[in-house]
Design a protein around this ligand. Sequence first.
Ligand code: ZN
Length: 409
Amino acid sequence: MHSWPDIYVPPVSADFPNLSLFSTYQKTLKYVDSSETINIYVCGITPYDATHCGHAATYISFDLIHRYLKCSGKTVNFIENITDIDDPLLERASRDSIDWQELAMSQIDLFRSDMTALHVLPPSYYIGAIESMAEVFKQIKIFNSKGLTYELNGDLYLSIAECEGAIVNLPHDLTESLRIFKERGGDPDRVGKKHPLDTLLWLKARAGEPSWDSPFGAGRPGWHIECAAIALKYATENRDSVLTIQGGGSDLIFPHHYMSAVQGKSLTGREFAQIYSHTGMIGLDGEKMSKSKGNLVFVSKLLADGVDPVTIRVGLMREHYRTDRMWSGAGLASAEEDVARIRKALSREVVAPSVPLIEKIVVALSKDLDTPEVFKLINQWCSDTENGGEGGSAGEVARALDALLGLTF
Ligand code: ZN
């Protein structure tokens, strides 16, 4: 599937320390291994609704990682999927009496235009589930040949207890795992399953639902195998792990990323990813933002209301990417003030020294994307400039903010 237009990233002359990121399952900071191609896989949208601020925050966070590595001269292979067939898409299409494919295409188009407006670098590969059926079949056949699958009324499950380490390494205790599994689309209570956490690899065709012919009968793939199969197909062959970074929102920590990683490891015998990176959730005015509460703030709506995309980026980047944080009118106004102040400082002929600012921004980003520190530095530079500081180049700062932070003034 085509992604969105490529974006020019100006060169930044600075020393780039190795990037460290917090890895969720290991609960520690880890350096991104750049000795080989850096394979980043970020879970994309299920296109039943428009991009909301939570999505935007996630894709902007991984864009910062992408930009940092690109600016430091590393080779990045960035893979993003689109779950263009899944229950939520079919449910929404049925609720709104529209064709599910039309709904998906319209929302994917909107996502592309939102990402373009937000200046998010396009992935190297932007891949839909539907176009990946052959890959899914290939991986399920491997599970079959290893004897790790079983059928339940035509649906094909992966026997999780037989995948090495899958149960002992669960990120929560079993009770909590089962609760979250159920809350996020799993079926722990289905009678006949060998283990309640067994995940669906292939769902037998249901009446009135789209299906694809497969060696396992007509049906459609499970969610976790989709991402594992796409990652295995598009990641370059590296030594130690399939991926360098697997990323997404913190709502994907369990079961989605955990189960994709279990599958990837079981299929290849290698670790699925070196770093499992997750972004915090975005709430609205003190409440959790969710479709069930109907309080989602959509990027396209903000843009239609005339909000500058640079302001949206700043508003979502000023706090640390791993914290759960709020979107609010006051926050937006304050981000607008920051943007106006930076723009004004950049328009001056005489500005405070730029080289130390850029070097410090790079160091802050290298430490698990310390954007609160980055904005402290930028604001200090604005103050210094306003107070008559000199010796810097506004052009150099503007290019660095563009390259490293995706902020084009
Ligand atoms: Zn995924």
